[in-house]
Every structure is written in structure tokens, then in C-alpha cells.
Design a binder for this molecule. Structure first.
Ligand code: AMP
Length: 273
């Protein structure tokens, strides 16, 4: 595995690469969710590139940019053992300059749900993903369904801007008790972690109702909110795969999402119906 620090060096190395390139962008503190993305990339491509970059432009004022977990050595080992060919580890100064062209998330879908609690967050996400995709020029790029709104916005960006990359969604990886893996889970104290389980439980409850053919969005939301009590819920949303609100669950076209604060930690989870 080669560790690369600058966009120019990575572009040069990949220019003469033979075969297909799979790309997994991350912010590091790698866990089994990331590893699953990497192993999907490994299965389908000749060359696998992973980036680790805690992207400053997607953090809002007062968020956890400076305290975000950074684990360079452990991450390097995970990548090495997962068969990564190139680990891209850029400095912010090699990604961003001054007075830049800006990319803005769509006015509606970029500013609902997580985009309401974190206005501008998705502008930063799309900007960095665009830059990284232009550096790597991958055939396929892998993103987790756990960040469903992010995944949808990246798919939209690629489609709207006629970009030449396949965006491959990967299912959410969970702990045995249901908690969705997230680099931010390390912030949770033991009692908070217990509280956080209510998020996955509320989604499980929703899934069970759907199995019983209860498809009313209002009814499902009420039941989910009861399970989530007394968490500080940012939103419970039931949308179609394009993020339009639904009144009734549509099988194979629905995402049920929860965003909640557990202590000071913002947690996201969802299920695809
Ligand atoms: P992050 O490092 O949090 O920016 O995540 C990098 C990529 O890993 C994103 O595409 C995430 O959606 C994905 N990811 C994060 N957590 C999980 C998980 N539990 N299961 C599957 N993918 C995940």
C-alpha cells in the first residue's frame, strides 16, 4: 500500500494505472462500516483508493472539527490489511485555496432534514466529494446508506453535472445490539450509548409495523417518537428514495430516517423499506 499526500502525486500515480479504480472517501477513525465499503470496492475493482480527510468545509461553526477522532496509525493498518492500494491523506492546504469556486447543495433537498440542523453542511460535502472524485477519477465510488441524504445528494450531483463515475450504495453496518457504527460513537458515555440504542429500536419498530401492513406515515412516526422518548429528536422523517415526503409507505421506495442528539453527539440512522 502506498500512502500519498498530495493530489498531484495521486493523479500521477493513477494516470498509468491499469484496470478499474474503486474509491472510498472517508474522514478516518475507520470502523467495520468503512471496512465494508473498502471490501466492496476490493471485490469489484483492480485498484482501490481510500481517502482520509476530515473536511473542514462540512463542519459548521461550533461543531466538532477540532475534536473529531483522528487515528492515523490504526487507520493505516486497517487499510493495509483490507488490501487498499493507495491511501490518500491530504492536508487541507492541498485541497482548498483562497477565493474558490463554490458548489451549493440543491435549495430544497440540501436544506431539509440534516440540512436544516446543519445549514451549509451539504455544500461542504459536495464540494469535497467533487474535488476528490476529480483527483481520483474512479470508475466506482462507494458511499454508505447510513448517510442517506448525503448519498442521495452525491447521486444527484453526479447525474446533474454529467460526471463519469458509478456511485455504489453500501448497506449500514451495525453493532450486534443494533447501534449503527459511526466514528462519532466514541463520544458516547456508557449511559449515552444505552440511550442511543433507542434510535435503532425506533427504526426496528417502524420496520415491524410495515411488516404488519401498517403503512400510515403519521401512525409510524407517533410510534417511533414514543420509542425515542426522552431523546432530543431533530427529526423523524419518512420519505421516498428521492427524499419527497410520503403519507403512506411505498414498499421498495421508502427511507425512514432519524436524527437525534444523545448528549452532545448528533446521531443519524435510517432503514430502507
Ligand atoms: P465518514 O468517515 O463518517 O465520512 O464515512 C465515510 C463513508 O462511510 C460514508 O460513505 C459513510 O456513509 C460510510 N459509513 C459510515 N458509517 C457506516 C456504517 N455504519 N455502515 C456503512 N457505511 C458507513
Amino acid at each position: 500500500m502506498k500512502i500519498v499526500h498530495t493530489p498531484d502525486e495521486l493523479k500521477m500515480l493513477l494516470k498509468d494505472a491499469k484496470g478499474s479504480v474503486g474509491f472510498v472517501p472517508t474522514m478516518g477513525a475507520l470502523h467495520s462500516g468503512h471496512q465494508t465499503l473498502i471490501s466492496e470496492a476490493r471485490k469489484a475493482n483492480d485498484i482501490v483508493v481510500v481517502s482520509i480527510f476530515v473536511n473542514p468545509t462540512q463542519f459548521l461553526e461550533g461543531e466538532d472539527l477540532s475534536s473529531y477522532p483522528r487515528r492515523a496509525d490504526a487507520d493505516e493498518k486497517v487499510c493495509e490489511l483490507s488490501g487498499v492500494d493507495y491511501l490518500f491523506y491530504p492536508e487541507a492546504s492541498s485541497i482548498y485555496g483562497r477565493d474558490e469556486v463554490s458548489l451549493k447543495a440543491p435549495d430544497v433537498r440540501g436544506y431539509i432534514l440534516e440540512g436544516t440542523s446543519r445549514p451549509g453542511h451539504f455544500d461542504g460535502v459536495l464540494t469535497v466529494v467533487m474535488k476528490l472524485l476529480n483527483i481520483v477519477r474512479a470508475d466506482r465510488a462507494y458511499f454508505g446508506q447510513k448517510d442517506a441524504q448525503q448519498l442521495m445528494l452525491i447521486q444527484e450531483m453526479v447525474r446533474q453535472l454529467f460526471m463519469d463515475v458509478d456511485i455504489v450504495p453500501v448497506q449500514t453496518v451495525r453493532e450486534v445490539d443494533g447501534l449503527a457504527l459511526s466514528s462519532r460513537n466514541v463520544y458516547l458515555s456508557a449511559p449515552e450509548r444505552e440511550e442511543a440504542l433507542k434510535i435503532a429500536r425506533s427504526l426496528k419498530r417502524a420496520g415491524k409495523l410495515v411488516m404488519q401492513d401498517i403503512l400510515s406515515v403519521d401512525r409510524i412516526k407517533v410510534e417511533m417518537l414514543a420509542v425515542l422518548e426522552p431523546l432530543e429528536v431533530e427529526h423523524v422523517a419518512i420519505v421516498d428514495r428521492a427524499f419527497n415526503p410520503l403519507e403512506t409507505i411505498e414498499i421498495d421506495n421508502t427511507i425512514i430516517l432519524v436524527e437525534a442528539m444523545v448528549g452532545n453527539t448528533r446521531l443519524l440512522d435510517n432503514i430502507w423499506i
